[in-house]
Design a binder for this molecule. Structure first.
Ligand SMILES: C[S@@+](CC[C@H](N)C(=O)[O-])C[C@H]1O[C@@H](n2cnc3c(N)ncnc32)[C@H](O)[C@@H]1O
Length: 280
């Protein structure tokens, strides 16, 4: 289970801050709008969906709203309890709530789901075992079915250090991210295990790397997106937040630009949607 217990502990303590992260800051509202816009293009009424690393169920509720039948899976019982509460409040009903690690989907059959979703971090938290997690997801999607997966972005994470004025992440940079590896223009990178400021090793990758990885698993890429292409988490946007027209315009622009290939690696998150080929 790699370091999953640490991750579980983090999200137990994080509790409902996870639900609030999309509504308290302008950058969070943008992140939600982009993820939702991208995800919902790939959800069909009647789909059986496995939402992995579901957290408190924000996107699961959106998918149920669109007529999908959703099973939520998360390593954190606290997050699953929150999800039960939030789903009940929404007036929808989930198929199931399962405590699970994305590295072990053995309870599911080959080709069981029309759509497997894993967005918002779980893939990056399994660090060097990301390929095992993606292979498990590929196994449980039916031929012709889809996946929507997201990873923290290799290049898009760096503006977050800057926007948040994180001097501690630049001071001793190589304790967090190996500069020599970065200089070699890698498709992916795992942050350093003993970094004192990045709380766990994270898998970071480029848009192209994730797309090619899914193709290697027998998928056809349907689309990809960056979240957020124009802003980074931690950026102070007080004047925009105080001006509803400016805020709405920024959210619209971010969504508009999120799927442009030119923006592919500019956001903190890389999102890829792909269809499993018959025989794939
Ligand atoms: C940042 S939240 C994202 C929640 C939701 N998908 C979203 O985008 O709003 C990441 C979630 O992944 C879960 N998680 C982390 N590692 C996991 C693993 N190995 N298996 C299953 N869930 C995991 C955490 O408990 C947490 O609820």
């Amino acid at each position: 289970m790699a370091r999953s217990p640490d991750v579980r502990k983090f999200f137990e303590e994080y509790g409902d801050q996870e639900w609030d992260r999309f509504k308290n800051r302008v950058t969070g509202k943008i992140e939600y709008a982009i993820h939702r816009n991208f995800l919902m293009q790939h959800v069909r009424p009647g789909d059986t969906v496995l939402d992995l690393g579901s957290g408190p169920g924000r996107f699961a509720i959106d998918m149920m709203q669109a007529g999908a039948n959703v099973t939520l899976g998360d390593i954190s019982p606290v997050q699953l309890e929150l999800a039960k509460q939030k789903v009940a409040e929404s007036g929808h009903a989930a198929d199931n709530y399962l405590e699970l690690d994305i590295l072990d989907l053995s309870r599911f059959e080959y080709g069981q789901f029309d759509l497997v979703v894993c967005i918002g971090g779980a893939l990056s938290y399994v660090h060097e075992r990301y390929a095992d997690a993606l292979a498990e997801m590929a196994r449980v999607v039916k031929p012709g079915g889809r996946v929507v997966v997201g990873s923290m972005s290799l290049y898009g994470q760096l503006p977050v250090f800057v926007a948040g004025d994180h001097a501690n992440q630049l001071n001793g940079f190589d304790n967090h991210i190996d500069r020599a590896k970065l200089a070699n223009n890698p498709g992916f990178l795992i942050t350093e295990p003993n970094s004192p400021v990045i709380y766990m090793p994270l898998f970071l990758c480029t848009n192209q790397y994730l797309r090619e990885h899914m193709e290697g698993l027998g998928f056809r890429v349907l689309g990809s997106a960056a979240a957020n292409p124009l802003t980074a988490d931690g950026q102070k946007l007080e004047r925009i937040a105080a001006d509803p027209v400016a805020e709405a315009t920024l959210i619209d622009l971010e969504v508009l630009l999120s799927e442009r290939p030119e923006m592919a690696d500019s956001g903190e998150w890389v999102l890829v949607a792909a269809e499993r080929l018959a025989g794939g």
